[in-house]
Design a binder for this molecule. Sequence first.
Ligand SMILES: [Zn+2]
Length: 275
Amino acid sequence: MIRTPAGFNPALNLELHDDAIAHVFVRDAMVLFSDSPGALPWRFYRGEGLRAARFHGIGEHEGRQHVAVALDDDISPRSLPPGLKASNLRSWFGVIDDATLAIAMRAVQVLEWDRTHRFCGACGTRTEQADNERAKRCPACNLTVYPRISPAMMVLVTRGRELLLGRGVNFPPGRYSALAGFLEAGETIEEAVIREVREEVNVEVTNLRYFGSQSWPFPNSLMIAFQAEYAGGDMRHDPAELADAQWFTPENLPQLPPPLSIARALLDATLAELR
Ligand SMILES: [Zn+2]
């Protein structure tokens, strides 16, 4: 499961040294060396004369500074200098090291928030970056906006030794996972778990147990994961939400989500308990 590396210190305003690490994005695609994928050294980034639209300090880790850079919106991933390649951050999972990936996941969220809050949502004036906090302010009406984080619940429901897994309508063929869904305004996370399971598969749950959480920057989710026990209901999935849902035993599992996701960590931990 991807999490912030130990010893990482968030920071906004960095005086950049040449050995700083640049997390460079073209829209949601991360730019890396095509032959040895790793984050770009800041000196290389500057030497290539790439035009940046937005910069944000992200923090420091193991003595090196990390900065998020969004290239100009009119640069396409195909027009990068030779030796560089841009792909959606998900495609770099397992290719770049987990610590760099975790910091890149922060960087892309900050850049996307910046890109989508250039103007005040109340009065339309161009916003300004606040000096000493991660915020954008409207100079006309003083509206302040912080990076948007959207909480979502994930729950793995068990019935004895069986697991309730669903297939999202956009999942790769054969893949199943724990159920998940976004909170509604005014809900607690526990209420969201109970409501989503009821809506998606017509099942009641009890004995919710908190498992853990993971930032998921596609584009700005915080996945909050639980285990729960079946308490009643005839399971039938809502076809608007799920392509399928079934009870599985540990001996008869479908294709599961890839490593590094909290969904897989939740499944592996629960399966270890059942075995
Ligand atoms: Zn305003």
